[in-house]
Design a protein around this ligand. Structure first.
Ligand code: N01
Length: 539
């Protein structure tokens, strides 16, 4: 099948869905190409037991329609995957999105044609779609990381990945299950799998700081109060560096202005309240290693209190800077290691040696298993972009252009790739903000930009190399003012062997959003704009 549109949007996750709405609003035609069988992106694929958002529901929701945000009633403080999928289904129907989405269609390649100033997008179904603009809404956490452990292909039991969970429920009853990975996905799945399985072996490389999520039914009075001034609530959240939780402002004071007893009481309060608030208890834990250590030590103390076996508690105790890897939220995670059917294997000290048809062998011994769950995360931020063969001007490959680390201007445009936009791309706040707010900001900015180009007869927009270079420096400089790049996180690409280590997201949503608005208001400096050729006069 072929087709010609103003815009191709790659991906029908939360970003692609809003982008489609904005493109229609700009009066342009669009086709969304989506590999999955339905909308939802990450939420469509992440059906693992316990999958739940770690951003509060009233904030992890669209703000482009005042009516939608008034009408939709969230039921939990943090929505689970099923509730988010119901919301996604409602949005698809309410805004009649599906008619412009081709499901079961994975984009494999795209190439820019200089003469026509168009992109031709090719898919695994043999479709070829031509468009003036391409918007990559491919998601920051969508390309699974599947480590190549020797012998993994010989395993005779079921192999699952949390980020590609089957649609049919998986029954762990009576099974011997191995889970590899203890990031956010593992931390959520492990307590639930442990309850069903006969035995659970957790293979941990790096212990995570896990705080109680404090999930609970959503307080109807809170929901009503926020809905009474949703616009004000959104505006206040936009002024917070992470674009959220303005109800809990960061205490600007140093940890060291408080006595040990006062600190303990403050930490205790935030621990019991649930959520990632512990890092807001004081102003300096993400910039001062000594202050960070005080917060980290509080969490370590909690682990020692909860986990009854001191050896297991020691293995579960992280030593890295708290917050430099994304904090995990999970209810009952540490308690799970007190169960008699759960065993923790430290693969940092005893690495994997081999997977056989029936077992996983590490330096510490062999574990007979029926099911192996990879909770090993993603090739984050650039993975989904790099797996597509994107060819810009003169056949320039995006994958090759980014071998030394991703380069963008504002996380939105790349030199050599005219009329291509990357939503929540590297160099934008993306995963360091409430990603739905980051999506909203990008979708509205791109929508307005497309309208500006159409209204002014502008044929192409392309980031300049100078702007991209200066922006890359800015992203690194801002990260260097924090402790965020002090450990091997996926923010840096450190979880993927061979991936160039570059701190990819930009710290600080409010300044970024203001900068983007200023750029749009002043004629898009940093982008080269080329006008439509003037038609030759008839002689
Ligand atoms: O992935 P991760 P995730 N051998 O990369 C380990 C969002 N999210 O899917 O730390 C052995 O965090 C790896 O070890 P290490 C959220 O933003 C949100 O859990 O690299 N182990 C780590 O323990 C989150 O941060 C929600 O040493 C290997 C784990 O696997 C992001 O998605 C829920 C390994 C991977 O952890 C990713 O979370 C879920 C190897 N070769 C996800 N490779 C919520 O909203 C990796 N590991 C709550």
């Amino acid at each position: 099948m072929t087709g010609k549109f103003d815009v191709v949007i790659v991906g029908a996750g939360l970003a692609g869905m809003q982008m489609l709405h904005e493109v229609r609003g700009a009066g342009l035609t669009a086709q969304v190409l989506e590999a999955g069988g339905g909308a939802g992106g990450t939420w469509y694929w992440n059906r693992y037991p316990g999958a739940r958002c770690d951003v509060e529901s009233l904030e992890y929701s669209y703000q482009f329609s005042a009516e939608l945000q008034q009408d939709w009633e969230w039921t939990r403080r943090y929505a689970d995957q099923a509730e988010i999928m119901r919301y996604i289904g409602h949005v698809v129907e309410r805004f009649d999105l599906a008619r412009d989405i081709r499901f079961h269609t994975r984009v494999e390649a795209m190439a820019y044609d200089e003469a026509d100033a168009t992109w031709t997008v090719r898919t695994d179904t043999g479709d070829e779609v031509v468009a003036r603009f391409v918007i990559m809404a491919t998601g920051c956490l969508s390309e699974p990381n599947v480590p190549d452990i020797p012998g993994v292909k010989t395993f005779a039991g079921d192999i699952l990945h949390t980020g590609r969970w089957p649609r049919e429920p998986v029954d762990f009853t009576g099974k011997r299950v191995g889970v590899i990975g203890t990031g956010s996905s593992g931390v959520q799945a492990i307590p639930i799998i442990a309850k069903a399985a006969a035995e659970l072996v957790v293979f941990q490389r790096t212990p995570a700081y896990t705080l109680p999520a404090g999930d609970e039914p959503l307080d109807p009075e809170l929901q009503a109060a926020i809905k009474a001034d949703y616009a004000g609530f959104r505006a206040r959240n936009n002024e917070v560096p992470t674009a959220g939780l303005s109800r809990f402002p960061t205490n600007p004071n140093s940890v060291f202005l408080f006595s040990a007893k006062e600190r303990e009481a403050i930490f205790e309060h935030f621990w019991n309240r649930g959520g990632p608030l512990l890092l807001r208890a004081f102003g300096d834990p993400l910039v001062d290693p000594a202050a960070n250590e005080v917060v980290a030590e509080f969490v370590r103390g909690r682990i020692r209190q909860i986990v009854t076996d001191p050896e297991v508690a020691a293995k579960l105790t992280p030593t890295h800077v708290i917050g430099c890897k994304r904090i995990c939220l999970g209810d009952g995670y540490y308690e799970t290691y007190n169960r008699p059917n759960v065993r923790l294997v430290d693969i940092a000290t005893h690495p994997f040696e081999e997977i056989t048809p029936t077992s996983v062998r590490t330096g510490e011994g062999s574990h007979e298993l029926d099911v192996l769950v990879f909770a090993t995360g993603y090739d984050a931020i650039t993975g989904a972009l790099s797996r597509i063969d994107v060819r810009g001007r003169d056949g320039l490959s995006l994958r090759e252009a980014w071998l030394a680390g991703p380069r963008t201007y504002l996380g939105l445009g790349v030199p050599g790739f005219p009329n291509l936009f990357t939503m929540t791309g590297p160099g934008s706040p993306s995963v360091l903000a409430n990603v739905l707010v980051a999506i909203h900001q990008h979708a509205t900015w791109i929508g307005e930009c497309l309208k500006h180009l159409a209204d002014n007869g502008i044929r192409t927009i392309e980031a300049t190399p100078e702007a991209e270079h200066a922006w890359g420096q800015h992203v690194s400089d801002v990260a260097a003012q924090t402790l965020l790049s002090s450990c091997g996180s996926w923010y840096l690409g450190a979880n993927i062997p061979g991936k160039k280590r570059v701190f990819m997201p930009l710290v600080g949503f409010p300044d970024y959003a203001k900068k983007c608005a200023e750029i749009a208001a002043t004629g898009y400096p940093g982008f080269a704009l080329a006008h439509d050729p003037v038609p030759a006069t008839q002689s």
